[in-house]
Design a protein around this ligand. Structure first.
Ligand SMILES: Cc1cc2nc3c(=O)[nH]c(=O)nc-3n(C[C@H](O)[C@H](O)[C@H](O)COP(=O)(O)OP(=O)(O)OC[C@H]3O[C@@H](n4cnc5c(N)ncnc54)[C@H](O)[C@@H]3O)c2cc1C
Length: 461
């Protein structure tokens, strides 16, 4: 469907990567009748960064740049030029009082003998026994791919910690390149040759801004757009989809012909007159993310000098991931000769509540027990952030709900895109989100396919 974009009044909700991507593409193609509304006073959304009073910079969890798109890469080059640092991923798993290199299955030689045997036996069984039926959920997929040993020791507890729900409640259509699969030969030869095998996957190398954290990218991008079209501190309160009117918290209203929304989809429908869609929207689930930044005096211990991030599957550490954030850029701390920093992520969901008051203490206990820090005396800064919408959960009923919601909204000229706009975890990184905005504008301007979301173009009316 080609809408007359040149005649349409376009409203964009949200100045995260998806909303900014849409705005950028509109501008690039010469469409000027658009306005972007953002509730916060800064751009970036979940990819924003913050500098605290002690001079430390923080992201909302460890953000790294690795892209699937030449368009995105070119834009990143244009925005930051030489202001990028390039890193090799070095990620590890803390389990049974030791670090095992990631991916776990390629490095089981680090486990005690019995655990190693269990993992290998499970892997061989999974490879040789063909399942009776395709996996019905993520837990079955894990067992089928990895076998009992790896599932029990790492994959099931780790995924529970990330998602805040049982892998049995998740579908297995989102996996793609998100989960490292198994190469049995490689596993066996790594064992025989006593080799650490760290290279896997799309983020094997990544880049990070030299200054200002991940958010520097989005501040730069917003700064290249016409300032009169970006309205910050403007919170959408209610959508009148029938009259095509936006009602804002400050009492003002705006009409539109086309709405590009990157606000959470369930929230948008709930705050609208779209009664028929409320049931489907109510079936979408999300988890929240707590981020705790710990600023430290001195230097990182020797064993953390080149690590990028670490996974924590065990229940006695509250965080599922720790990032050595000062390894990403020396400018993430006030003076790299005197300070370093760690950033911890903790998930929260109805099934996995978090005791807010105890959170920092439990994170520090976890750091001590995993020997990431030696004592509390070196902590000079604690920074906290809670994202109510952290991860869009790929539940068993997600795709059915999205199959109702997204086409129905499209028909009404409401295009819900981005991490929580389209609710597809598998395409919800920064590059995917920006490209969802770009590809949507291309579709509206020229009828092309939205490849990232996999949305087929409906026949022309
Ligand atoms: C812990 C964590 C780690 C991550 N790590 C990585 C990583 O390593 N690499 C990577 O590429 N990506 C990573 N991501 C994902 C990345 O943050 C997202 O891809 C990206 O921010 C999504 O962009 P978006 O524009 O779709 O949504 P958002 O960033 O959520 O932006 C939506 C915007 O809409 C605004 N908004 C919402 N409601 C309203 C309203 N009512 N009125 C006005 N404005 C509103 C919000 O304030 C926000 O600015 C991570 C995310 C998390 C949570």
């Amino acid at each position: 469907m080609t809408l007359a974009l040149d005649k349409a009044k376009v409203a964009i909700i949200g100045a995260g990567p998806a909303g900014l991507g849409a705005a950028w593409r509109l501008q690039e193609l010469g469409f000027e009748n658009w306005t972007l509304f953002e509730k916060e006073t800064y751009p970036g959304g979940l990819a924003a960064s913050f500098s605290d009073a002690a001079g430390f910079t923080w992201d909302i969890g460890g953000h790294v740049q690795f892209s699937h798109y030449p368009y995105f890469d070119n834009l990143m080059d244009r925005l930051l030029g030489s202001g990028w640092l390039r890193h090799k991923r070095e990620s590890w798993i803390w389990i049974g009082e030791r670090f095992v290199p990631y991916p776990f299955q390629h490095n089981i030689r680090h486990l005690p003998r019995q655990e190693m045997r269990d993992c290998l036996e499970g892997l061989i069984r999974a490879r040789t026994e063909s399942p009776a039926s395709p996996p019905a959920n993520f837990e079955e997929w894990i067992l089928g791919q990895f076998g009992e040993g790896i599932a029990r020791q790492f994959m099931l507890p780790y995924n529970y910690k990330v998602w805040g729900c049982s892998p049995r409640e998740l579908n297995c259509r989102w996996i793609g390149e998100r989960v490292a699969k198994v190469d049995l030969e490689r596993v066996v030869f790594n064992l025989l040759d006593a080799r650490d095998d760290l290279g896997w996957g799309p983020n094997d190398t990544f880049r990070f801004p030299l200054h200002g954290g991940t958010g520097a990218i989005w501040t730069k991008l917003a700064g290249r757009l016409p300032p009169e079209r970006l309205v910050f501190g403007k919170r959408l309160r209610r959508l009148d989809a029938t009259r095509r009117v936006l009602h804002f918290q400050d009492g003002s209203e705006e009409d539109y012909d086309i709405l590009i929304s990157t606000a959470p989809l369930d929230w948008l429908v709930r705050r609208s007159d779209l009664e028929d869609l409320k049931d489907a929207a109510g079936r979408l689930a999300h988890s929240s993310t707590h981020v705790v930044g710990i600023g430290l005096a001195g230097e990182p211990p020797e064993h953390l000098r080149s690590k990028t991030w670490m996974y924590f599957p065990e229940s006695h550490t509250p965080f599922y991931r720790a990032t050595v954030y000062s390894n990403y850029s020396p400018n993430n701390v006030p003076d790299i000769r005197r300070f370093w920093s760690l950033m911890l992520e903790v998930s929260e969901s109805p099934a996995k509540p978090v005791d807010d008051e105890r959170l920092v203490d439990s994170v520090i206990d976890g750091l001590l027990s995993a020997r990431l820090i030696e004592d509390q005396a070196s902590i000079v800064d604690v920074w906290r952030y809670r994202a109510e919408y952290g991860y869009p959960t790929p539940t068993l009923s997600r795709d059915e709900a999205l199959g109702i919601l997204l086409p129905a909204l499209d028909e009404l000229g409401i295009f819900s895109r981005g991490r929580f706009g389209a609710w597809k975890y598998e395409v919800s990184n920064q590059d995917h989100s920006l490209m969802q905005g770009v590809e949507l504008v291309d579709r509206l301007a020229a009828g092309s396919q939205e490849r990232t979301l996999g949305v087929a173009v409906p026949p022309a009316p």
